[in-house]
Design a protein around this ligand. Structure first.
Ligand code: 1HN
Length: 345
């Protein structure tokens, strides 16, 4: 006998089907409400450095670098509380180190970048070499390289840590290891890495073994000079001003397999055009003041402030003074996987 037409059975039988399969860890795709679209649950956010700095100093009184291992205030997206993430794919935290302190050596599978916010005299040791940190410098800690930090100066030093830890957590590939000694053995002289890889030359027999940049240190003095030269000789891009991307000289791509890193300069009285892309970006103001308008929100940004703009949220800048802004995003990972997309009218 031919069964009744499906229409005369619904909706009770259909509801029963949903209940029955739910107990078997299944769900009906036709009940999914959200469509397929770009963007994420994260929200655009802004942290004033004037709110961060006093809390960092409080943490200095309450916890030693040794106790904390890393004395860091993590900037957590309000939509991702409890995860340590600033976007679905990126981590951001502000780290402070006092004179004489050291942060013991360890290594992990997430890649890390340091962006020096304030203070002089600190170093990061990476892969056997000590890299002196100056404000505005960008330092690469490629995954699985030993790294420890120290402060040889006479005042606190603050930097922004950017990690791709959400990637390794997502993929189930997060490993870490402590070195028995607090400090790694420095088997290279200061300046070796820059001489071998940052003079627009590469060692003759160098073969890139990974996507990571062989350059470990991108000093702000160079970046600033390049931005100022281009700002004086070329027209700014209508959305980004003069924006440069930190390059991996061995591949022409990004310094990390996952993270793209940028520095941009916006002229005074700039009124930027809206822009959006699938990358989530973390911005840190190096110099100057201005507004970042992200979706419906307006952030009044001043020096050292941090903001996050999630995937597919349109944003633009409006400046009063000239502004220099550092940023990193998950664009490298998106490009590598073939997912990156932008809308640039
Ligand atoms: C880490 O190793 C450092 O080495 C900073 O300074 C922040 C956040 C999550 C996981 C590892 C550092 C970190 C981190």
């Amino acid at each position: 006998m031919i069964d009744k037409a499906p229409s005369s059975r619904a909706p009770d039988d259909l509801k029963q089907l949903s209940r029955d399969i739910d107990r078997k860890s299944m769900m009906p795709l036709w009940e999914r409400t959200g469509g397929m679209r770009p963007g994420s649950d994260c929200i655009a956010m802004h942290w004033h450095y004037s709110d961060i700095k006093p809390e960092l100093l409080r943490a200095c009184e309450l916890i030693t670098k040794k106790q904390a291992e890393r004395r860091v205030l993590v900037l957590e997206n309000e939509a991702l509380r409890g995860t340590t993430y600033i976007t679905n794919t990126l981590y951001a935290g502000l780290q402070i180190i006092l004179p004489g302190e050291i942060a013991p050596s360890h290594r992990h599978t997430p890649n890390a970048l340091r962006f020096v916010v304030e203070g002089d005299g600190a170093y990061t040791a990476v892969d056997g070499e000590r890299l002196m940190m100056h404000p505005g410098d960008f330092i690469v800690t490629p995954n699985w390289t030993w790294h420890d930090h120290g402060n040889l100066g006479d005042g606190p030093v603050v930097w922004l840590d950017g990690l791709d830890s959400p990637f390794t957590n997502f993929l189930g590939t997060t490993f870490r290891e402590d070195l028995t000694d607090d400090r790694q053995n420095l088997f290279r002289q200061d300046g070796d890495n820059a001489a071998a890889f940052a003079a627009n030359m590469l060692p003759h027999d160098f073969r890139p073994a990974s996507a990571q940049s062989p350059i470990l240190h991108y000093p702000y003095a160079q970046t600033k000079k390049a931005l100022e030269h281009l700002a004086a000789t070329t027209d700014p891009h209508p959305a980004h001003g003069v924006k440069l991307r930190y390059a991996n000289p061995a591949t022409g791509r990004h310094p990390f397999s996952t993270m793209a890193v940028f520095m941009q300069r916006l002229p005074a009285n700039f009124s930027g055009r809206d822009y959006r892309s699938t990358e989530g970006s973390v911005f840190c103001v190096v110099e100057g003041d201005g507004k970042l308008i992200a979706g419906e929100k307006t952030f009044e940004m001043t020096q050292h402030d941090v903001a996050v703009v999630p995937s597919w949220t349109a944003y633009r800048f409006e400046t009063s003074t000239a502004m220099v802004i550092f940023s990193y995003s998950d664009r490298a990972g998106q490009e590598a996987l073939g997912f990156w997309h932008d809308e640039d009218p």
